[in-house]
Design a protein around this ligand. Structure first.
Ligand SMILES: *Cc1c(COP(=O)(O)O)cnc(C)c1O
Length: 445
């Protein structure tokens, strides 16, 4: 475990230093593409991205004009039918996919069901003896739940491993490797290319969940030769609450089978209304039923900001700023909060880090057996610094509670980071988190 030591190198970091970083930030103008309340420092874009300012007018147009006035004609006149494909094409270059290889539809869990089923069918045909799915124990639970469901239906076994067990666990009896590129708890990033290549050496298919990496780090699906990918768009893509997710399938697999939720929008001719299912060619077959048009329309506002970012250096510049922000946050926590029992859960090495920083405290450092992590986050939120909390396993568990801070380079600045740490120090120094109000848990943490 990684304890914070007091930083003595090169003297302390100052607020003026952070202001100077903002002044020379080429991405700073993008902050104005978002509407955030005053006096809020938003460090939870890894959970629900901020609202693009354009979303308000877009919602007004979609609801009042396209729906209210133009009614059903909008499927054609407003391009509703094309939304999954059009938005997929905005997402594709951000994840290393090509034109017409991605659709924006349904949710991440649903899309995982589709691709995992297909991967298992392909694997069954080629390597029928391989009956295992491997994933990480610390993967986001919904991914594991979907895998468990398919294991029950199709008689596969889900094997959960720790990251250190890769790649030795990739053996002949493994059908599919299901991994999330950036871990939701710790922000640790996996090496997609080398892991995929190790899996392929054994004939194993790979599914990559990009929920915490799409829009935050450079993802290169083709460069990594991945097989399938899914991800959500309400996190770093700023698509809005419950925004539709996306799905990508490598062209070598996409036409092999229909996906299991074979519904009419994935049909080759949905408006022919024929009785037999005939999958559309390519990724269009990964559509299922009618989509949430209002939500899809708002996602376009989030993706348009990335188009604008293209002229300012695109994902390369965003990644550079994200690392600078998380480096700064780590250094400032070391400088300002060294004596409060915080530990760093996120890797320090850039190539191993996503776009968040997770801190931990031991159980017993809070009230009773508690770590105090939840209460610290609540006290920060009361001061306008919004991060979140992810539960560990409780006393006796190897997993500690996490205080999670996401850094979306589109709208978080360097002085924001300074101020966030200043508030964190004050919450700890003044023991504000001990207030009973901050220790009562809400249902959504
Ligand atoms: C956020 C997240 C999800 C969310 O799935 P939904 O179906 O959109 O609720 C799934 N997997 C990972 C790894 C996530 O981080």
């Amino acid at each position: 475990m990684n304890s914070f030591a007091t930083r003595v190198l090169n003297g302390p970091i100052t607020q003026a230093h952070c202001q100077a970083l903002d002044a020379s930030d080429p991405l700073a103008p993008l902050r104005h593409r978002f509407s955030l309340p005053p006096n809020v420092i938003y460090l939870d874009g890894n959970s629900l991205g901020a609202m693009p300012a354009a979303a308000v007018e877009r919602a007004q147009t979609v609801v009042a004009q396209e729906w209210g006035n133009d009614l059903i004609r909008s499927w054609n006149s407003a391009g509703w039918k094309e939304l999954p494909n059009r938005l997929g094409n905005l997402i594709a270059p951000l994840i290393g996919a090509r034109e017409n290889e991605v659709v924006a539809v349904d949710g991440t869990s649903i899309n995982l069901y589709k691709v995992l089923s297909t991967a298992l069918r392909i694997s069954h045909e080629e390597r029928p003896h391989a009956r295992r799915i491997i994933s990480e124990r610390s993967n986001f639970p919904t991914d594991l739940y979907i895998a468990q469901s398919l294991c029950e239906q199709l008689d596969y076994e889900l094997v959960l491993i720790e990251e250190e067990a890769l790649p030795e666990c990739l053996q002949d009896d493994v059908a599919v490797l299901l991994l999330t590129q950036v871990n939701y708890r710790t922000g640790a990033m996996l090496d997609m290319k080398s892991i995929t290549s190790a899996a392929h050496a054994k004939g194993i298919l790979t599914i990559w969940d990009l929920c915490h990496s799409a829009g935050a780090v450079n993802v290169d699906l083709h460069g990594s030769n991945a097989d399938f990918a899914i991800g959500c768009s309400y996190k770093y893509f700023n698509g809005g609450p419950g925004a539709p997710a996306f799905v990508w399938v490598h062209p070598r697999h996409v036409n092999r089978y229909a996906q299991p939720l074979s519904a009419w929008h994935g049909h080759d001719a949905p408006f022919a209304f024929v009785t037999d299912y005939q999958p559309a060619p390519g990724i269009q077959r990964y559509q299922s039923g009618t989509q949430a048009v209002v939500s899809l329309s708002l996602l376009e506002c989030g993706l348009q900001v990335f188009q604008e970012a293209q002229s300012l250096g695109g994902m390369v510049a965003l990644r550079r700023k994200s690392l600078a922000l998380t480096d700064l946050f780590i250094a400032l926590v070391e400088q300002e909060c060294a004596k409060f029992g915080l530990m760093l859960a996120t890797p320090r090495e850039h190539y191993r880090r996503g776009s968040q920083v997770s801190l931990m405290r031991e159980y017993g450092a809070g009230l009773g057996d508690d770590s105090g992590a939840y209460a610290i986050i609540q006290a920060l939120i009361a001061r306008g610094v919004i991060g979140d909390f992810r539960a560990g396993g409780g006393k006796g568990s190897p997993h500690l509670d996490i205080l999670r801070f996401g850094f979306t380079p589109l709208y978080v600045g360097f002085e924001d980071t300074w101020n966030a740490v200043k508030h964190l120090r004050e919450v700890l120094e003044k023991e504000e988190w001990k207030n009973p109000e901050f220790n009562r848990r809400n249902s959504v943490t």
